[in-house]
Design a protein around this ligand. Structure first.
Ligand code: WT7
Length: 399
């Protein structure tokens, strides 16, 4: 965190005194204190209270609730320019430091709102349940900005899907009458191992749409989500997108007449998204039943505008491999009728439980240890996480 705050020149940090996750207490404030020592630009740390435990409060620290109580409850909105920065999120690439992806006001908000409404069939009065962490792009676009732009009720989920037990998601669905449930395949793969009883125990009749995001959803997970969680009556949308795209770019269109929704397939570009597949020579692959590097050939409202502080890196990372096109880093297979199947990353990025990690960054961290002259990090298939990181003994060659 420290190095990223340093790059971003943050002035204010907002944290809890402690966090709670899966029955464990996380010392968030202590972690922030450590990081802030290395960030001379930080002037204030606002500390909200999640637990009743007292934490050390230093010169920069401000108790958030106490400070807010002094303020007027009405805050006049600030008008912003359409291309002003809305937020930045760090994400990993195949080389170098994590990239501070910048999203701006109007385009991002429009795209988040529109995709939220149309991909999930969100209607006025519906309760939207995206169980992703707010701290990554899925939480930004589909817990906060998309639903709130549409005046929706959005559920904030904390902790893990198996705490206090494997019925946590479905108990939440029953209690809050969630209409759209959006989560990651890694959680589905974990939950299906606990058996159907945890799901069936709860009333899921409010559910209309189930969404999957972050990594390829394998057939077993897709089928379980559809048949067991959705009682074979909910629409399941597997949604492909990235931190850089701001919102969903490729997903099934269930409302389309004759649309087929099959596991791992039947994904269509969202309105305004024009995907193309490229061959190794950098030419567009025409026709159906073809594979290639997935690029997008025209700008769309939600696309990232730059990498914070390094626009040239933005150009190099996304627009250099195939001049004139945005390169996603993923491979895809295109079928008849304009359907796409994502085949996975084509670069040195691995996907662990939907978390995007650059192998180069892990290698850098390992190389910091004085006993390690050189290292190589690769992903390997993992039943629940999709891919696993770090060398495991059983995977190391006998040498
Ligand atoms: C990478 C983006 C999408 C927001 C959360 C992750 C992979 C994402 C799918 C999907 C297959 C997927 C891609 C992409 N990915 N969704 N439905 N099927 N792969 O955002 O951390 O920026 O990662 O996640 O490889 O490039 P991210």
């Amino acid at each position: 965190m420290s190095v990223l705050s340093l790059l971003a020149k943050c002035r204010v940090v907002i944290t809890f005194n402690q966090g709670l996750r899966g029955g464990r207490v996380m010392e968030l404030k202590k972690i922030v204190d450590e990081a802030v020592k290395h960030c001379p630009t930080v002037q204030r740390v606002l500390v909200a209270h999640r637990t009743d435990n007292k934490v050390h409060m230093g010169d920069l620290d401000v108790p958030l609730e106490q400070e807010m109580a002094k303020e007027d409850p009405v805050c006049v909105p600030e008008s912003m320019g359409s291309e002003d920065v809305l937020f930045m999120l760090y994400t990993s690439g195949s080389t170098g430091m994590p990239k501070g992806i910048v999203h701006t006001q109007a385009g991002y908000l429009l795209y988040a709102a529109l995709t939220h409404k149309l991909v999930f069939d969100h209607r006025p009065g519906d309760i939207f349940g995206c169980v992703a962490d707010i701290g990554w792009i899925t939480g930004h676009s589909y817990v906060v900005y998309g639903p709130l732009c549409n005046g929706a009720t959005s559920v904030l989920f904390e902790s893990t899907p198996v705490y206090p037990n494997a019925g946590r998601y479905w108990e939440t669905v029953e209690r809050l009458k969630i209409n759209q449930f959006y989560g990651a395949p890694t959680a589905v793969r974990l939950l299906l191992k606990y058996g159907d009883a945890w799901v069936k125990k709860y009333d899921r009749s409010s559910l209309r749409t189930l969404g999957s995001v972050g990594e390829p959803i394998n057939c077993e997970a897709w089928e379980w989500l559809h048949r067991v969680v959705g009682d074979s009556r909910c629409t399941l949308v597997d949604t492909w997108w990235q931190t850089e795209t701001g919102g969903i770019c490729i997903a099934p269109r269930p409302s389309e007449e004759g649309a087929e929704i099959l596991p791992g397939m039947a994904m269509r570009p969202f309105f305004g998204i024009v995907p193309v597949l490229m061959d190794e020579k950098g030419s567009v692959v025409e026709g159906s039943n073809v594979s290639g590097a997935l690029c997008i050939s025209q700008a769309w409202p939600g696309m990232a505008r730059t990498i914070y502080g390094d626009h040239q890196r933005f150009v190099d990372a996304y627009f250099k491999a195939y001049p004139g096109y945005y390169f996603t880093g993923d491979g895809a297979h295109g079928t008849e009728g304009g359907y796409y199947q994502i085949t996975g990353r084509m670069d040195d990025v691995i996907n662990i439980s939907g978390h995007r990690l650059g192998t180069a960054e892990i290698e850098d961290a390992i190389a910091d240890h004085p006993a390690v002259p050189e290292s190589a990090v690769i992903g390997y298939p993992h039943d629940i996480k999709g891919e696993g990181e770090c060398p495991r003994e059983e995977l190391l060659p006998d040498c």
